[in-house]
Design a protein around this ligand. Structure first.
Ligand code: SF4
Ligand code: SF4
Length: 439
């Protein structure tokens, strides 16, 4: 069995972290391994995972290092990771390696390594100091200054990075303040993740989580601020996905693709789960020391998960936004205890957001009310019409076509796209910037 679109998330330190943010959804994962105080992945497990993953023939190798806090593994571990990847890579392979971090340990040595090995870093920060208050150390100290120092060192070493903003009760009333923060700090690549964590009661969410109405208010205001700014060099992952959809190009977020079967999560000890929102005993697919990824992906647990996750609630079938929303992310139903055909938690928000975003994009495309965005949409429209803006996954190279070159890491934005289109990576397969998350 080949899985050409599969990506993997690896949690080398499981949910262990050097911070203690109140909204963190990873902490319950610690309950899965109650006897292990410091879970750490061995290089031997990395080796097995890498070998099994490449055997599935991914067109673009997508490996996300995630936590908890993956940098707790130390820099030497990641040096070994790069060696292991190089050992298994076939000539011409293109590694897309990302690392999600809170930035606590990032210094000159780390960033020199990350830049040299073309890691794409996702740094967590939720906005300016006054909106970043949920992000704290175990002793209660705020983490804002640490995140800002990490931003500086990432920039200094020209590491590719984006910022990951969690929308929680701490910042949800201040979309303009968050957008200003991006502008003031020259943060051109960002992604926003709604905090929607269960509180244990069916359909209810934790105190830090946001409501559907708040999510719609935040995202429409953020979109308006982006439009008002009239500068398409600011990429916001969700807006980028909407742009894809506006031009009938396939979006990149799994949430909009009705596709929960192209991702697996590997825990520190080799245990494998589907998407990282479902790291629970009942979803455990197996362990790489006992079974191959291929066996697990064709097994009954994974097939049942994918079938349930990709099931559309009955009310979605007549929805005018079905084509774009696809019922939303499965976690907004299953994790919140919403019945199979119940109303997805963010449904109301999706309707408001899509109504607003798509009517605004139509207006901008028709009239040069925002000249730079108008020109940007115009160019994409022309490229799409001329077949120059091709977002289909690149064809898998045939063995005899592969150049005898050294294995390559993720291309930089201005490199030629590895799919062979002749375009720059940033205008082709690398058009959408993401790190670990597809949310
Ligand atoms: S994040 Fe949501 S849409 Fe994506 S794989 Fe997980 S459950 Fe599916
Ligand atoms: S907007 Fe609501 S009804 Fe429509 S597809 Fe999305 S979740 Fe389903």
């Amino acid at each position: 069995m080949k899985k050409p679109n599969l990506g993997i998330l690896i949690k080398p330190a499981s949910s262990d972290c050097n911070m203690a943010c109140a909204y963190c959804y990873y902490r319950p994962v610690g309950d899965l391994y109650p006897d292990v105080r410091r879970p750490r992945m061995s290089p031997g497990i990395v080796d097995v995972v890498c070998r099994q993953y490449l055997a599935l023939g991914p067109r673009e190798i997508k490996i996300g290092w995630q936590g908890g806090e993956p940098t707790l593994m130390g820099l030497d571990f990641f040096r070994q990771v790069v060696q292991i990847e190089g050992k298994h890579a076939r000539p011409g392979d293109c590694f897309g390696t990302s690392l999600q971090t809170n930035g606590v340990v990032l210094d000159d040595e780390w960033c020199t390594f990350l830049a040299a090995n073309k890691f794409l870093v996702g740094l967590s920060v939720d906005g300016p100091r006054q909106l970043n208050g949920v992000r704290r150390f175990p002793n209660g100290e705020p983490a804002f200054d640490v995140a800002m120092r990490a931003l500086e060192v990432l920039k200094k070493h020209r590491v590719e990075f984006n910022v990951l903003v969690v929308i929680s009760q701490a910042n949800v009333r201040h979309p303009d303040g968050v957008f200003e923060f991006l502008l003031e700090n020259d943060l051109h690549f960002s992604q926003f993740i709604p905090c929607t964590e269960p509180d244990g009661t069916a359909g209810a969410v934790s105190e830090h989580s946001i409501t559907a109405g708040q999510y719609a208010d935040f995202m429409t205001a953020l979109f308006d601020a982006w439009v008002e700014n009239d500068d398409p060099t600011y990429y916001i992952r969700r807006i980028d996905n909407w742009l894809h959809q506006f031009f009938d190009l396939p979006p990149e977020c799994c949430e909009y693709r009705e596709d929960c079967s192209n991702l697996v999560t590997v825990e520190w000890n080799g245990d494998v789960y589907p998407c990282d929102f479902f790291v629970e005993e009942r979803y455990r697919l197996g362990n790489v020391r006992e079974q191959t990824l291929e066996q697990m992906l064709s097994g009954p647990t994974f097939r049942a998960f994918a079938r349930e996750a990709e099931h559309l609630p009955a009310l979605c079938k007549d929805c005018r936004w079905l084509r774009y929303c696809r019922g939303g992310c499965y976690r907004h139903r299953r994790k919140l205890g919403i019945a199979e055909d119940g109303v997805p938690y963010l449904c109301e928000a999706k309707v408001r957001i899509f109504d607003h975003v798509f009517s605004t994009l139509r207006e901008i495309k028709q009239k040069p009310v925002r000249p730079r965005l108008h020109a940007f949409l115009d160019r994409i429209g022309r490229d799409v019409a001329a077949g120059r803006f091709e977002m289909r996954p690149p064809a898998a190279p045939q063995a005899q076509d592969r150049p005898a070159a050294a294995p390559r890491s993720r291309p930089q934005r201005n490199d030629p796209c590895p799919c062979g289109s002749g375009k720059k990576f940033k205008h082709c397969c690398g058009r959408v910037v993401g790190t670990s998350r597809r949310r």
